[in-house]
Design a binder for this molecule. Structure first.
Ligand SMILES: Nc1ncnc2c1ncn2[C@@H]1O[C@H](COP(=O)(O)OP(=O)(O)OP(=O)(O)O)[C@@H](O)[C@H]1O
Ligand SMILES: [Mg+2]
Length: 433
């Protein structure tokens, strides 16, 4: 149970860590991409603005835009990354151009011809050059005006392929690092979950001790009560009024139930503490099964339930006779209890050969109320009873199947249930021989 809780907690913690990790990685990735792109756009805008002002200056001085220059406007070393620009005159002819490699011109001019962005806005786009090379470019445009008359347009851009390559290449690295962090987070979650379990385990074991002590202490007064009630019942019937006789009968019933619960609780508490020793021996289970059927026959008859025992194989089984008999009693008792009047209960004993050796199989089938799929695992938990209202008609504390499961597991066996609500249930036990 504790390892199941620990695994669930580990999963929960890991999921929380993972969500934070994904959030952190996503925000960092988007944030840095945005920052880089903002920086690049701003740089291209500023360079374009400066160059447009210079061209206007030159126009005012010389009456024309600057066409030739002994020095290129920006060489690759003056600004980070490769810049390019095209200056078009008012008729749209290329007046001046600078590009890092000539293959660019056709592609960029193609873009300029279909340029739709507003003045001063930047555009980032991918283009493939004539030589097949793929580039990523940030570009902006600015008109140069003299007395509100357009004298030219400057298209200014920057090849940012390298920046985006770095971002693209860093993505798998980022994913790799995230994966490593994920493993670390899972490890940390496992340790944390383990820490959380310590006080839980401590209080659970204290609670078990309490149940063991309490049920042990309750046994003596219960025995005294039972023998006292028996003694009173043996008394002369004429001394007691019929009402007192009724009360006494009810009292004996309740004492009987309570003795059963206390004994079940003590069995489980001692099983938890590993204080129960099994006395395993080789014995024939068939006579035991017959005895249990005989013992439970009256309660079946009371509800007009037909009780059958089918023995397919009567090989001797190796186990604790008393505990295995208790197991069959619990299962048959349940089948009778949860089967309406006129139903059928079949107990079958068989030996089955499996890969891991011979298995002794006990199955108890009934035509009773059945168990919904969602409850089929819970019924083995302590104090769990399907639908408290329904179970109220039938007495019980919900400890029977928990004890049955413990007995089966103590014999290295397995217990399973298959059931359909309204049709019946089959409890199948297999124990290695
Ligand atoms: N054969 C069955 N058919 C239908 N429901 C069953 C059957 N056996 C068990 N159950 C369901 O499983 C629950 C748990 O069974 P369990 O034997 O542990 O407790 P109980 O019978 O209620 O009480 P007790 O401790 O007296 O045995 C029952 O309350 C019942 O709802
Ligand atoms: Mg029961």
């Amino acid at each position: 149970m504790f390892s199941r809780i620990r695994n669930r907690l580990t999963l929960l913690y890991t999921t929380i860590f993972t969500c934070f990790l994904i959030l952190f990685a996503g925000v960092s990735y988007l944030g840095s991409t945005w920052a880089v792109s903002y920086e690049l756009n701003e740089e291209v805008r500023q360079l374009c603005l400066k160059e447009a002002e210079k061209q206007l200056e030159s126009y005012k001085q010389n009456g024309k835009l600057e066409q030739e220059s002994d020095k290129e406007i920006y060489d690759a070393r003056s600004v980070s990354g490769v810049v390019f620009y095209y200056l078009l005159d008012d008729k749209g002819n290329v007046w001046r151009a600078q590009e890092p490699f000539p293959e660019m011109r056709e592609t960029i001019l193609g873009k300029i011809r279909t340029w739709r962005s507003k003045e001063g806005q930047t555009e980032t786009y991918s283009a493939s050059l004539q030589n097949g090379q793929e580039i990523k470019v940030v570009m902006t445009a600015r008109g140069i005006y003299e007395n509100q008359q357009l004298i030219g347009t400057l298209y200014f851009g920057k090849d940012v392929t390298a920046y985006y390559n770095v971002i693209q290449h860093s993505t798998p690295v980022l994913i790799g690092i995230s994966f490593v962090f994920l493993l670390v987070a899972a490890g940390a979650a496992h340790i944390l979950a383990g820490r959380t379990m310590i006080p839980l385990k401590r209080s659970f074991s204290r609670q078990r001790e309490f149940v063991a002590d309490a049920s042990h202490e309750l046994r003596t007064p219960l025995t005294v009560l039972r023998t006292s009630a028996d003694a009173i019942a043996r008394d002369d019937k004429n001394v007691m009024s019929s009402f007192s006789q009724l009360v006494l009968a009810d009292m004996k019933d309740e004492i009987h139930k309570m003795t059963g619960i206390v004994s079940d609780l003590l069995t489980l508490a001692r099983a938890d503490a590993g204080a129960i020793e099994l006395f395993k021996e080789r014995f024939d289970f068939a006579p035991e099964a017959e005895r249990i059927i005989r013992m439970l026959e009256p309660s079946a008859e009371e509800k007009n339930i037909q009780l059958f025992l089918q023995i397919y194989h009567a090989n001797a089984i190796y186990g604790d006779k008393e505990r295995l008999s208790q197991l069959l009693t619990i299962l048959v008792d349940n089948s009778i209890k949860y089967t309406p009047r006129g139903g059928t209960v079949i107990v079958a004993l068989a030996v089955e050969e499996s890969d891991s050796g011979s298995l002794f199989r006990i199955s108890v089938s009934d035509t009773g109320v059945g168990i919904e799929a969602e409850h089929q695992q819970q019924i083995f938990e302590r104090f769990f009873r399907v639908d408290q209202n329904r179970s109220r008609d039938t007495s019980g504390s919900g400890l029977g199947l928990a004890i049955a499961q413990w007995i089966v597991e103590a014999h290295n066996g397995k217990i399973t249930v298959s059931s359909e609500p309204g049709k019946g249930s089959t409890f199948a036990v297999s124990i290695p021989m």
